[in-house]
Design a protein around this ligand. Structure first.
Ligand code: NDP
Length: 334
């Protein structure tokens, strides 16, 4: 089944890698056609994630050109492949997958979820990547247990605010947040952090040791680190015996190679999770996505939208997230 669908559309694209200036708004990009196993979504919102800056800068390889940015979208289903039984034209959905910063995106039904009426427009898409990343990490990267002392870097960012809230919900003990300003630390605390450290001004390693100094074994049992290069060495120092360093991003650059023998002194685990490898199977995606919808429906989680941009403002949105001036989610409204 199909609705009336145009042949061209607006899309946020790049034809080469570089700074925000390489972003182009193509006003005549072809509207893609779903195959028998896919659906076509008319997007009302698309999320911006730090990963979009990695594809734009060339840290990750975009292919093929022209490359449409974006990894999550929300809107209405406008066409359904003949083998697809879970979705119909008109369904209000959110999904993860490539090329979402455009009016129309071909989506994988196994990475798509229907949005319950109770959840306001834009909230589900704002939670897809950042919320699912936080949720999968506290379950599978390091299963957080009640009372655990945990360190969250960039705690006022998109993933960071999700982590603070989820850690509070699962009953973590000390939830130690780092961020670059006092306002960000206050926000992290309002979202569940018990302690805040300005890692651009204070000796954060010493501070974590001080905060956890009253424990039987000082230090944190896990670090959730999306900052990467600039925090990795300190993470090894603040972890307690048998701790886990969960390195999930590169906002300050990628972590350089290191000698694994360095992990032996405290039996440290280092892992580098990636959301899509946790939700590869339909049942995995569905279980986590349903849990996410429940958290949103019951308002156990508050999703903070930093700003809503038009597609045309994409270069500015990239400048904003890279300038460290944002908190929570950056969204595009179409
Ligand atoms: P954020 O909203 O967290 O923005 C990034 C934050 O990183 C900034 O606000 C800033 O906070 C902090 N930061 C520290 N050093 C730097 C630096 N040198 N330059 C810029 N920012 C810096 O973004 P997201 O929530 O979208 O993503 C957070 C991290 O999680 C990213 O590394 C991203 O790649 C990763 N990620 C990984 C996923 C996975 O599957 N592995 C999935 C989703 C996200 P402050 O000013 O407080 O330091």
């Amino acid at each position: 089944t199909t609705m009336s669908i145009p042949t061209t559309q607006r899309a946020v694209q790049i034809n080469r890698t570089g700074g925000p200036e390489v972003i182009e708004i193509n006003t005549a990009a072809p509207v893609p056609t779903p195959n028998d196993n896919e659906i076509l979504v008319n997007n009302q919102f698309a999320g911006l994630n730090y990963i979009d800056t990695y594809f734009r800068s060339g840290l990750y390889q975009p292919s093929p050109y022209p490359y449409t940015l974006g990894r999550e979208g929300e809107g209405h289903v406008v066409a359904v492949g003949s083998n697809v039984t879970d979705f119909k034209v008109g369904d209000r959905v959110a999904y993860t997958g490539p090329n979402t910063q455009a009016e129309y995106t071909v989506a994988d039904p196994n990475k798509t979820i229907k949005i319950p009426d109770e959840i306001k427009p834009g909230v589900t898409v704002a939670s897809m990547i950042q919320g699912l990343t936080a949720l999968t990490m506290i379950r599978e990267s390091h299963l957080v247990k009640a009372g655990d002392s945990i360190l969250v870097h960039a705690a006022a960012g998109g993933v960071g605010l999700w982590l603070c809230q989820l850690l509070r919900i699962v009953g973590a003990g000390k939830i130690i947040a780092t961020a670059s300003t006092e306002e960000k630390l206050e926000l992290a605390k309002a979202n569940g952090a018990t302690h805040g450290i300005n890692y651009t001004k204070e000796d954060w390693v010493a501070k974590v040791k001080e905060i956890t100094g009253d424990q039987d074994e000082p230090g944190v049992i896990a670090v959730f680190d999306g900052v990467g290069a600039s925090t990795f060495e300190g993470d090894l120092e603040v972890l307690s015996r048998k701790g886990s360093l969960i390195s999930f991003g590169n906002a300050s650059g990628s972590v350089p190679p290191f000698a694994i023998a360095r992990l032996a002194a405290k039996n440290i685990k280092v892992m580098r999770p990636q959301l899509f490898a946790y939700i590869a199977k339909k049942e995995e995606f569905t279980a986590y996505a349903n849990e996410l919808l429940e958290l949103l429906k019951t308002e156990k989680i508050q999703v903070r939208i930093h700003e809503t941009y038009t597609l045309e403002q994409a270069p500015q949105a990239h400048k904003d997230i890279e300038s460290r001036g944002t908190t929570g989610k950056l969204l595009y409204k179409l």
